[in-house]
Design a protein around this ligand. Structure first.
Ligand code: ATP
Ligand code: MG
Length: 392
């Protein structure tokens, strides 16, 4: 029977650094791993600071790896062949999974010191068996090699053989940094902003402002699809959908056209803060990037930021669009983001939005509105939905 990659080794990264918090970080990471693998049959094994996924069906291996590499806190994973530690067996398995030609090296890590051979002796012995089995097609080169066989000899009587190290999502386990409220539009930037902050351990909540009937069901579906993509990385997301049309009418009626966007954004921030606080979020997250549009100049950001006291994280503030698009492609949100549906901001788009709004002007125009009542009503009519990971 062909040798099977019967065990997936998981390495975790930065959480090693966290001293006293390590236990907490690890328990979160383990929970997130188990959540990510929901619906698949497997056994999770924790042994000497490493995690292993075992006893899965061979046909699930690639899906497991694909899901694991999206879990924040995982540094890398390797499909391994787990065998009882026995030098003959190791040589046999190594020969079977090795490429048939090329230059190679064997690297042995030996936690089990009782075996009467040093790591170097093990490596030489396994390498020798590989050479012999290849009939001269393989060559050893410790420095300039085409592939490297790793053999991890552990104290539990088993050894793990592997070639590949597949990079994980890195970052910190989702949840370890607290909750954040992401302002999620249907655009390119905001899902990327959510991903970037989730990578630092934030559990995401999302809020979307919807201008029914000016924006369609399809526009809303696009937002849900974007949130769904993010859940592959950070687990389930509670999405709040706020009806925004009435507020837009009110601003449109009472305020100068060029302040439309500025004042809309101040409403969005106020509502986001209300719902963020009610959900124990320590920050608001937006996809703003300095100078990208009129509402994202330094002066505009001062004016929109001044209505909230929660910190606002703008992880893309210094990023170019092309850099943001690179991440959007990596996390597979780009194709969804460019679906051509109206956004609530485009519906009432002024011809000449102010680029340097004055705070006192914004406040004066807003005093013509019953800000509190408008917010109260929008919040009361806000819908909630839990977006879960899984099949689309
Ligand atoms: P994006 O690609 O994220 O839509 P954008 O360049 O279109 O960004 P703006 O429309 O000015 O930028 O919005 C800036 C930020 O405000 C967005 O990144 C998002 O965080 C938030 N935002 C804008 N529109 C909405 C909306 N309808 N619902 C929720 N948040 C929004
Ligand atoms: Mg937008």
């Amino acid at each position: 029977m062909a040798v099977e990659y019967n065990c997936i080794l998981i390495r975790f990264g930065e959480i090693f650094l966290k001293g006293d918090n390590r236990k907490y970080f690890e328990s979160l990471l383990i929970k997130n791993i188990n959540d990510a693998l929901k619906g698949i049959k497997y056994t999770f094994v924790r042994s000497q600071g490493r995690y292993y996924i075992e006893k899965y069906l061979p046909e699930d291996k690639d899906e497991i790896i694909s899901r694991l590499t999206k879990v924040f806190g995982i540094h890398s994973v390797s499909p391994t062949v787990k065998v009882p530690t026995d030098i003959e067996e190791l040589g046999k398995v190594a020969a079977e999974i090795a490429p048939k030609s090329g230059k190679f090296r064997v690297t042995v890590k030996r936690a089990d010191k009782r075996l009467g051979m040093t790591s170097t002796e093990f490596a030489a012995s396994i390498g020798g068996k590989l050479l012999k089995a290849s009939g001269g097609k393989l060559k050893v080169d410790l420095f300039d090699y085409d592939f490297e066989l790793f053999v991890d000899i552990r104290e539990n009587g088993y050894s793990y053989l592997f070639y590949d190290k597949i990079m994980g999502a890195q970052g910190l386990p989702t949840g370890c940094s607290g909750n954040g409220m992401l302002l999620l539009s249907g655009g390119i930037d905001s899902p990327v902003a959510g991903y970037v902050m989730a990578k630092r351990g934030i559990r995401l909540f999302a809020i979307h402002f919807h201008s029914f009937p000016y924006t369609s069901e399809l526009a809303l579906q696009k937002v849900k699809d974007l949130a769904k993509k993010l859940t592959a990385y950070c687990g389930e997301i509670k999405l709040f959908v706020v009806p925004f049309t009435e507020i837009q009418y009110a601003i449109h009626d009472k305020c100068p056209e060029e302040f439309m966007i500025t004042i809309m954004r101040r409403f969005m921030m106020r509502i986001a803060e209300r719902i963020a606080r009610a959900n124990n979020c320590g920050a608001i997250i937006t996809g703003e990037s300095l100078g990208q549009v009129a509402s994202q100049t330094m002066q505009s950001i001062i004016v929109t930021n001044s209505v909230v006291t929660l910190p606002v994280y703008r992880p893309l503030i210094g990023s170019d669009k092309s850099e943001i698009i690179d991440i959007a492609n990596k996390i597979d949100t780009f194709e969804i983001s460019i679906r051509p549906y109206e956004d609530c901001c485009t519906v009432f788009l002024p011809k000449n939005p102010v680029i340097k709004p004055k705070l006192s002007d914004a406040e004066e125009f807003e005093s013509r509105l019953d800000v509190d009542a408008l917010i109260e009503k929008a919040v009361a009519e806000t819908a909630e939905e839990i977006i879960t990971p899984g099949q689309e």
